[in-house]
Design a protein around this ligand. Structure first.
Ligand code: PEP
Ligand code: MN
Length: 337
């Protein structure tokens, strides 16, 4: 249920309603917007009468939510959520660019990547320390050592860090080093992990599962919000279909649809979304045109030698060219690079 307070309603009026709902055993979450306050209510609502709630002081209207997600819903919060990381306001008119190698491999590799990327204005450096690999004999990432390399390199270049958390056991250790914690496609429905991420204040980058519906995707985000962390950034990274010519089918309609359904920012990953170097630039342009709040792109100093995803990583020079070529589309969409 959603309780929309009148414009200019006093904070005490919302607080009184929160108190009453709590006394009835429900879980109300007030969201204080610029224009008005909205209270999202979770719990057994059956015994609550809408007319009683509507009669309370300061209430404009009460709506039962038919959608299974509430906190992530646009109905709950009409204005977009903006998450600031290292001067980048993700979800605003500033296009967020996250770039870096698929995996952290060596100090030198990360140093070269960070140096080149920061010179191009990239503020958020990606790199996998814990890697979710399909086969157990493939490179599994450097783990803690990779995390240290990533963090130290980013610090030297004034960059923020985004890296993947695969397992609850690594959570606190990763949360100490990372500015954004990534949940990979394979973990989108790891519900125990999502619940734990609720208690971390840092932004969570939630990638769509490769066979998840949009509703399941938003419900996964709902888990994180419902457990206390409102800072969720969604990421469309393509889904698995019958098509074999590309690694994944990049479902760009997700972007405007998520914008209709949710207030959370949405980023597109055209690298995993296509798995093909030659397609990344066009799909980046398409993502921006579709209204994405930013993109995540894999860039490696020497892609052909990469220990993971060698076929899809751009060189810094190719990435520079991409940035130049996407700018007109960003500008046309009213976004700053
Ligand atoms: C990644 O970004 O490194 C990754 C493993 O992506 P995904 O979870 O989308 O496959
Ligand atoms: Mn990768």
């Amino acid at each position: 249920m959603i309780i929309v307070m009148k414009q200019g309603a006093a904070q005490q009026e919302a607080a009184a309603i929160v108190k009453e709902l709590e006394e009835r055993g429900l879980k109300p979450t007030p969201l204080y917007g610029v224009e008005r306050t909205v209270i999202a209510v979770i719990g057994e609502e059956r015994d609550l009468s809408i007319s009683h709630l509507e009669s309370l002081k300061g209430v404009e209207k009460v709506m039962r939510v038919v959608k299974p997600f509430k906190l992530v819903s646009r109905e709950t919060r009409p204005e977009p959520t903006i998450i600031e990381v290292n001067g980048v306001r993700i979800g605003s008119d500033q296009l967020a660019i996250m770039a870096g190698p698929c995996s952290v491999e060596t100090e030198e590799q990360m140093e070269t990547a960070a140096k080149e990327l920061s010179a191009l204005g990239v503020k958020i450096l990606r790199g996998g320390a814990y890697k979710p690999r399909t086969g157990p004999y493939s490179f599994q990432g450097l783990g803690q050592e990779g995390l240290e390399i990533l963090k130290n390199t980013a610090d030297r270049h004034g960059m923020a860090v985004i890296t993947e958390v695969l397992d609850v056991r690594h959570l606190d250790q990763i949360a100490q080093k990372a500015d954004i914690l990534q949940v990979g496609a394979r973990n989108m429905q790891n519900f125990e992990l999502l619940k734990e991420l609720g208690r971390i204040g840092k932004p969570i980058f939630l990638k769509r599962g490769m066979s998840a519906t949009i509703e399941e995707f938003l419900l996964a985000a709902e888990y994180i919000l419902a457990h206390g962390n409102p800072n969720v950034i969604l990421c469309e990274r393509g889904i698995r279909t019958f098509e074999e010519a590309v690694r994944n089918t990049l479902a760009l309609a997700t972007v405007p649809l998520v914008k209709e359904l949710s207030h959370l920012p949405i980023i597109v990953d055209p690298t995993h979304g296509t798995g093909k170097k030659s397609l990344i630039e066009s799909m980046t342009r398409a993502a921006i045109a579709a209204g994405a709040d930013g993109v995540m792109i894999e860039v490696h100093p020497n892609p052909s030698e990469a220990l993971s995803d060698a076929q899809q990583q751009l060189t810094p020079a190719e990435f520079k060219e991409l940035l130049k070529n996407i700018e007109p589309v960003a500008n046309a969409m009213g976004k700053k690079l």
